[in-house]
Design a protein around this ligand. Structure first.
Ligand SMILES: Nc1ncnc2c1ncn2[C@@H]1O[C@H](COP(=O)(O)OP(=O)(O)OP(=O)(O)O)[C@@H](O)[C@H]1O
Length: 274
């Protein structure tokens, strides 16, 4: 027996430490004077799905949108803390938000294809980023990865808006992954979809995490339990007269659902599942 294993005899063999792709430490997030979120440190780990759950208004979307500077255009948005992508400050003055979103893509609640062809929807971000490679090849690859190619390959020139809701959301996923981001942020991607389309997108998430890291906001606890590797539970602090969201607990999904450390998490999970 070698020395390392001998020293560890009797304990489980340790998995290698996870790689943190986005180190997000949001001490305070404001909209104007309103303190929307406090004390939320959510490291996003490579190759995993991190689910954000919690009651309405607890800041799930605010935290998610802070990761790729989606809040830049919101008047009065500011935060204290840091967001680092592979160690690089996402908010450094020298960093262009368009470049950030090329590496940290986003899928929204409502499928929002642009009013242009299916092909152009997927090519959109590539053109924005002056992609020099084979456009048709990349569009096909993205549509295949989004499990949509077989349904649209004969109508690439048709409008993205002509597709069903579930197809539109997979088109948006194809658009988000076309630039080959490392991380895809998904803000309630299934809330406008029926159960069958939801299942399809959930299966897709599980396939995509082989290649992309995913952060997922969901209202649907069962969805978090089904797909997330890690789960972050947020709540709302009303003790000081305001309504400020904060991270209560972050852990392996199984631990959060079956053996939460915090009383608040227990109550929330019990309430939602009972
Ligand atoms: N653009 C904005 N301007 C001002 N306040 C905002 C803005 N966006 C969100 N807020 C406020 O910040 C708080 C957190 O909102 P956020 O949408 O992040 O919560 P959430 O947990 O995602 O909610 P939900 O589950 O209902 O979507 C809420 O009090 C909300 O009203």
């Amino acid at each position: 027996m070698n020395a390392i294993l001998a020293a560890d005899a009797g304990s489980a063999v340790q998995a290698p430490p996870p790689t943190v792709v986005i180190d997000c430490k949001l001490d305070k997030i404001f909209y104007g004077d309103f303190l929307a979120v406090r004390d939320s440190h959510v490291p996003i780990e490579k190759g995993k799905i991190t689910g954000f759950i919690g009651p309405s208004g607890c800041g799930k979307s605010t935290v998610l949108r802070s990761l790729n500077r989606m809040n830049d255009l919101v008047d009065g948005f500011r935060f204290e803390g840091h967001v680092r992508f592979h160690g690089q400050d996402v908010y450094a003055p020298s960093v262009d938000a368009v470049v950030v979103r090329r590496y940290i893509g986003m899928v929204f609640q409502q499928p929002n294809p642009f009013s242009m062809s299916i092909f152009d929807n997927v090519a959109f971000g590539l053109r924005l980023n002056h992609y020099k490679g084979d456009m048709a090849e990349r569009v096909e690859k993205s549509l295949r990865r989004a499990a949509l190619w077989d349904e649209v390959k004969d109508k690439l020139k048709k409008s993205g808006l002509s597709l069903s809701g579930g197809q539109q959301q997979r088109l948006c996923i194809a658009r988000a992954i076309a630039t080959e981001p490392s991380v895809v942020l998904m803000d309630e991607p299934c809330s406008a979809l029926d159960p069958i389309a939801t299942r399809r997108v959930e299966e897709l998430m599980l396939e995509l995490k082989e290649k992309y890291t995913i952060a997922l906001v969901t209202h649907n606890m069962q969805q978090a339990a089904r797909v997330a590797d890690k789960t972050a539970f947020f709540s709302v602090d009303i003790s000081k007269g305001g309504r400020t969201g904060y991270l209560v607990e972050l852990g392996e999904t199984r631990q959060i659902f079956e053996d939460p450390r915090e009383e608040l998490t227990k109550e929330y999970i019990r309430g939602e599942f009972s």
